[in-house]
Design a protein around this ligand. Sequence first.
Ligand code: NDP
Ligand code: DGY
Length: 327
Amino acid sequence: MSAQPVLRVFVTRRIPQEGLELLQRAAVCTVSLWDSDEPVPRAELLKGVEGAHGLLCLLSDRIDAEVLDAAGPNLKVISTMSVGFDHLAIDEIKKREIRVGYTPDVLTDATAELTVALLLATARRLPEGIQEVKSGGWSSWKPLWLCGYGLSGSTVGVIGLGRIGLAVARRLKPFGVKRLLYSGRQPKPQAQEVDGEYVPLDSLLCESDFVVVSCALSPETQGLCDKAFFTKMKTTAVFINTSRGAVVNQEDLYEALTAGQIAAAGLDVTTPEPLPTDHPLLALKNCVVLPHIGSATYSTRGIMAKLTANNLLAGLTGEAMPSELKL
Ligand code: NDP
Ligand code: DGY
């Protein structure tokens, strides 16, 4: 008779089968799953995590001191199915010597593709055009109707030239981008590959035709895109954010879009998520909002789920994780 596994993991959502199977087949643990496509209610999270040795969570689960206390001293590993980790109270986690796994790299291509798609859709006004076709607003070919902004000969500014920022730059360059500017905490040697010029944020904002935000959310970047930020941008510039909603002050963005301070904005991320359907930004033709689908390809989500499960299992057994966050 084989011994029952003594380690227990709590999984906060139904994740792609590839990942779930790895956990369910693992001999080292038993799995409690919040078996739904919708987020686990807070009370269920606090209950589910009680006494768990491992926690597999998503970016929509706030893992703070309350959750860690509810889990208790057994908890040795948290594995998030995301590269962003702003939903984790890192200081509290570190204090308790809990290891963290995350999913860098495997979603970079999918997210960069979506960023380019959103940029083009916003700059060339695709949602407006589609709506006009459906509503009968398309009366004829007209010289200035639905004109937007093109990438050829443009200056693109990337805020945060990390994995995704660089992958976006790589994809945009072949559209004929003339200058690729970037800002961040320090120059990046890998910027050479895209002829990236490291500039102060203010110069990036003044000179760019397209401003793409690809940085992580941190106390330093929270609310970075505010009134002063938008005021420095060109009135013809397009703003794109696929990082986290909280990097943007949405009231200031609304003001910039309605006052003609900037031309248009494309957002894959908002505060809150989901954005209420009566939110003022959704009434604007020059604002394109997507429901946080940067990494949403079938294959990417499957790979993310597997990596998340493997990180969790490695953390449980004290082995090296495929992708461990350095705390
Ligand atoms: P990286 O860590 O590779 O890149 C983040 C970049 O942000 C780094 O280059 C970092 O620079 C830079 N940065 C940090 N602080 C600042 C600052 N104050 N100003 C400007 N830049 C700064 O992460 P990824 O590229 O893999 O992911 C980036 C973010 O994208 C994630 O944190 C997540 O929030 C978001 N994301 C969104 C997705 C979506 O579905 N929309 C999908 C995947 C990710 P440095 O190296 O100097 O710290
Ligand atoms: C992340 O991984 O941080 C994204 O926001 C979702 O894939």
